[in-house]
Design a protein around this ligand. Sequence first.
Ligand code: GRF
Length: 214
Amino acid sequence: MLRKDGPMRIVVMVSGGGTNLQAIIDSVRDGQITNTEIAGVISNNKNAYALERARENNIPAMCISPKDYVSREEFNEKLLEAVNEFSPDLIVLAGFLVVIPPAMIERYRNRMINIHPSLIPSFCGKGYYGLKVHEAALKRGVKVVGATVHFVDEGTDTGPIILQKAVEVHSDDTPEALQRRVMEQAEWKILPRAIDLIANGKVYVADNRVIIRE
Ligand code: GRF
């Protein structure tokens, strides 16, 4: 990912409130993420508050919605075009709830990362997103949950794992309280850290596993 001619360019893809995007913006500003610039933010949801967060920070922001195209194929093409326009070195999926087109996975293999709100391989895969992840964890009665940053491959939450962080479950947790704690104590920490490690050439993939050399 290392550019010779300047900082690593990232595009952040969002669908919702954008608290992970905000953590990235704050970390770049505060120097926890170095050698990185946020080239753009793309959402499939024109009402995503994440777009507002981008605009407030003078980051180019756009909506590419499947609703605006006659077919999924056409949407997929337009989405990849919009991403390529930013010439990103790294794509960051931060709560992006749209299936990534296979052509995009191929083009950005090991250059596209995702944050998932569980300790993969628990509570992940099809149907496990947002609050559903935390509802399942509470239903199973696990005592520890957490978040995972991983490279994106053709599967759902199946790519090489980069970072994970554990979070304790409290006996009186509701799904909402648990989600918030996982975001505050895990997601908002490991996603910026993963970006900084990648931006500084410290992350390698071998045999589908990630090696971090600090
Ligand atoms: C986060 O919980 C993230 O783990 C999941 O989607 C949610 C996005 O939240 N992938 P936000 O839009 O970053 O606030």
